[in-house]
Ligand binder design. Structure first.
Ligand code: SF4
Length: 155
């Protein structure tokens, strides 16, 4: 089986996963935005409510900030030949006191296989605006390196 077919089959398996039935406040809806042609994998925490409803990752203000960090417009970002999105947990975990719960613990051991070259970023949510202001090195020193790697990977 080619690696592309193996990946397609794995994505179908994940999309059909129902391990967390009864542990989530809704039916599981794994969101896996993956294609074997992708050059960059974005591994966020877990889908939020909007992603759970739409099936489209990063289609919000946090996604806009992430695209700014990466210097990518929406067309290039949502081209599966460029970008894959596979969170640490594939289903929206629900909320407590208005904040998203952490990803379900069942997910990573079942499905996660880490890529070799990882660059860790803070979540681009507005909630982290204070952190970004207190850590100017992130935009000054790290974002240029992120953009260099994105540009190089998608060249
Ligand atoms: S969170 Fe992960 S393990 Fe749980 S149902 Fe969704 S895909 Fe399956």
């Amino acid at each position: 089986m080619s690696s592309s077919r193996a990946l397609t089959s794995l994505v179908r398996e994940i999309e059909a996963c129902r391990v967390c039935v009864g542990k989530l406040p809704h039916e599981p809806r794994p969101v896996v935005w993956v294609d074997s042609r992708a050059r960059i994998l974005i591994a966020g925490q877990a889908p939020g409510r909007r992603v759970h409803e739409s099936g489209i990752p990063w289609n919000d203000a946090s996604g806009d900030r992430l695209r700014t960090w990466m210097e990518l417009d929406r067309d290039r970002f949502y081209d599966k030949g460029n970008i894959a999105v596979a969170a640490m947990g594939f289903c929206f975990p629900g909320t407590v006191n208005g904040a998203d719960l952490p990803p379900r613990r069942e997910c990573a051991p079942l499905w996660r296989d880490y890529p070799a070259d990882v660059m860790s970023l803070p979540h681009p949510s507005w909630r982290n605006t204070g952190w970004l202001k207190r850590n100017p090195w992130f935009e000054r020193d790290l974002l240029p390196e992120l953009r260099r790697r994105v540009s190089s990977a998608l060249r």
